[in-house]
Design a protein around this ligand. Structure first.
Ligand code: ADP
Length: 216
């Protein structure tokens, strides 16, 4: 049995409109990085949100290691999420942002500090812990957002257009860095992107969507 993610016959409709995603099925193996790509509006983000549990399924199932997650709320799925705008907390330092998902219940203060330092090192910002996020460039913000989403060691990382707000040159560089970093950490991930270059650079396997359906 696949120990990772199993998406089976997932359909998602908003209200009475035609479904935004129709009958999507695919697997993601442990340690695999899969890109979902296709034109704007084809249903990529909707499918990603359905996997995260943020969007209810009209039909089908989302499973982890064979277990149906229908009754498991988003925050209990052990999945990490990262978006285009990073969604950092502007009033917190870089270190506090990265530590955000490391609950005091699970980790001692030392462990949290150690993990924050490790992650900032990994994303190439080792000395940035004390900075205000308002002092960061767009690329630095996305690195911090990535560090924050990786810190709790999610069993699946869901990335929704994480580089799309950046200019082309930076996007290409960070796509390469993201590919390396996901491999180095052995992270299982799904990357949503409309950019075929980014999909090819980052992912082991690229799935194409068109008008709500997976076409390859
Ligand atoms: P993509 O990520 O590929 O750009 P989306 O999943 O965002 O595509 O959107 C797929 C379709 O669902 C589009 O037609 C979009 O307008 C519609 N849609 C997305 N989010 C909502 C929503 N919250 N309510 C209603 N329709 C939505």
């Amino acid at each position: 049995m696949n120990q990772g993610l199993g998406v089976r016959g997932v359909t998602v409709a908003y209200g009475d409109a035609a479904p935004a995603v129709t009958d999507a099925s695919f697997d993601v193996a442990l340690g695999e990085v899969v890109a979902l790509t296709g034109p704007s509006g084809c249903g990529k983000s909707t499918l990603l949100r359905a996997i995260s549990g943020l969007e209810p399924l009209t039909s089908g199932s989302v499973r982890w290691a064979g277990e149906d997650l229908a009754q498991v709320p988003p925050h209990k799925r052990g999945f990490g999420l990262m978006f285009q705008d990073g969604q950092l907390f502007a009033h917190m330092t870089v270190a506090k942002n990265v530590a955000y998902g490391l609950s005091a219940k699970q980790f001692s203060k030392d462990e949290r500090q150690g993990r924050v330092a490790e992650l900032l090192e990994l994303v190439g910002l080792p000395d940035y812990g004390g900075r205000a996020v308002t002092e960061l460039s767009g690329g630095e913000r996305q690195r911090v957002a990535l560090a924050r989403s990786l810190a709790p060691k999610p069993r699946l990382l869901l990335l929704d257009e994480p580089l799309s707000a950046l200019d082309r040159q930076l996007r290409e560089r960070l796509a390469g860095e993201l590919a390396t970093l996901l491999r180095a950490t052995g992270t299982t991930a799904i990357l949503v992107t409309h950019d075929p270059y980014e999909a090819d650079t980052v992912a082991d396997r690229v799935l194409q969507m068109w008008a709500g359906r997976l076409v390859s």
